[in-house]
Design a protein around this ligand. Structure first.
Ligand SMILES: [Zn+2]
Length: 173
């Protein structure tokens, strides 16, 4: 989602050992969901489009399937063609944050790798669909802004400001 997924979107080669196994000599190809599952094995599973339910919400991302991978190194990630969510980490955050993570990863499917654009798409979708209230948006902000003051902290609060602007805008991006 926030920090690792951009590189993952652009090229699978930064995704630890996965790329080594999946990349061809010619170029780092993005895997299919089936290839991803075969590589990570274990408890990861594929959820077909339209069948993902989180906290009672049925979540859609067009015709894209979702891989639930409890060993993913982040809350969520996006490869072109499918989403990955980590159910173990998602269990630790509130419902609006979960739904925002899904919408953010879904946004990468349709809007490309830019994080600010994906953030904006996600909050506007949440507002439109009614699952993201101003309070929920503050929970998302708290989630992406680590408590300690670091460069990541600055990145998080910058993203929050942009999301608050987007949330207030009536024009859909
Ligand atoms: Zn992202």
């Amino acid at each position: 989602m926030s920090f690792g997924a951009l590189a993952r979107w652009i090229s699978a080669s930064l995704f630890f050992g996965l790329a080594a196994a999946l990349a061809t000599a010619a170029s780092a190809q993005t895997p299919t969901p089936e290839q991803y599952l075969a590589h990570v094995g274990g408890e990861a599973k594929l959820v077909p489009p339209g069948q993902l339910v989180i906290d009672g919400y049925r979540l859609y991302c067009g015709k894209r399937p979702t891989v639930l991978d409890p060993k993913l190194d982040d809350y969520g990630a996006a490869y072109p063609g499918f989403l990955i969510l980590n159910p173990r980490l998602l269990a630790r955050v509130s419902t609006p944050v979960k739904l925002w993570i899904h919408a953010h990863e879904c946004a990468h499917q349709f809007r490309g790798p830019d994080e600010e654009t994906a953030d904006c798409f996600a909050v506007q979708r949440g507002r439109r669909e009614g699952w993201l209230t101003p309070q929920g948006l503050e929970e998302v902000c708290a989630f992406i802004t680590p408590a300690k003051s670091t460069s990541m902290h600055l990145a998080g609060s910058h993203r929050c400001q942009a999301m608050r602007r987007c949330y207030a805008e009536q024009t859909v991006r």
